[in-house]
Design a protein around this ligand. Sequence first.
Ligand code: C2E
Ligand code: CA
Ligand code: CA
Length: 313
Amino acid sequence: DQSVVMMSVSVCCVKCPNDAESYGELIEIIDYSMSMAKKTRKGMITYTNELDLEKIKLEKAIEKAIKLAIDRDELLVYYQPIYSVKNGVYNSAEALVRLYDEELGWISPEDFIPIAEKNGLILEMGEMILEKVCRFIHDFKISDTTVEYIEVNISPVQLIQHDFADRVKTIMEKYGVTPDQINIEITETATMNVVSTVSENINSLVDYGIAFSLDDYGSGNANIDYINHMPFKIIKIDKYIIWDSFKNSKAGITLEYTIGMLNALELSIVAEGVETEEMKRQLTEFGCHYMQGWLYSKAVPDIEFMQLLQAEV
Ligand code: C2E
Ligand code: CA
Ligand code: CA
């Protein structure tokens, strides 16, 4: 019996102590260059001046902060209310994860989510976030308020797991949360994944009774095909598209007609990044009925969110 193993060599040259002052730093740099070598630099020699060492160090530090927060159960979930213009109340809210690290301070999800997606930590993190949201819905008796459901951001990395739908259901059932109390936000890039697992997960959850929102609409490839063929109930218009429409008259026209099109399709439309009364007025005139943004509130901790709801009445 014999098997053939093909081997190739990629080399990384690190100047010590100039580039790496400790054994740990050296390993981090080599680790990074190895993952790069696998993708784009197979069989080549990489010199550290071709690598952005500061970026590597920051990424590693963020990765450590994520691991620590998961281990210590220190991930925070904040809630940002979504206002229904028709009903004059907050009818829902978006759950947004927050991470504080003793050394790095507050780290933006824009920075740590992509890292967690790269190293797979997003799976554990995503589950913890959903669990916190479900506990919140249960413990704070959200069904007694005007808030009908909480929107949870789900990463494409979660969506390609074959057991994703089942895991979601298990967590919800643990806290007695009903399918109409959770809404899942996904972006166009998530639906672009042609893997059948993605559509199996989505279909399974839709059958279960969970509604889906298309997040960041208009920012990527605003492909009409998704809207035509995916079971979305809500379309969330990206905040940069909203802001642009107030600076650029062409963007104002495309937004107005986009909202008209979405209304004709009987989809609910949420405008993100609503910061002023003027924005709210204009968007309402365009036919958008749900507003999310700093005009109402930033994302806040659970207790503060409950106070916001109480102040409404
Ligand atoms: P997103 O899903 O588009 O979330 C909306 C972002 O806009 C949030 O940023 C929110 O704080 C911010 N925002 C809302 N209203 C306003 C406004 O009026 N003005 C301004 N300037 N900003 C506003 P945040 O919390 O920093 O989150 C950034 C992104 O990180 C999110 O973008 C989402 O893609 C991701 N993210 C956040 N939480 C989670 C999570 O629990 N799971 C996953 N997978 N991704 C998350
Ligand atoms: Ca979102
Ligand atoms: Ca968004």
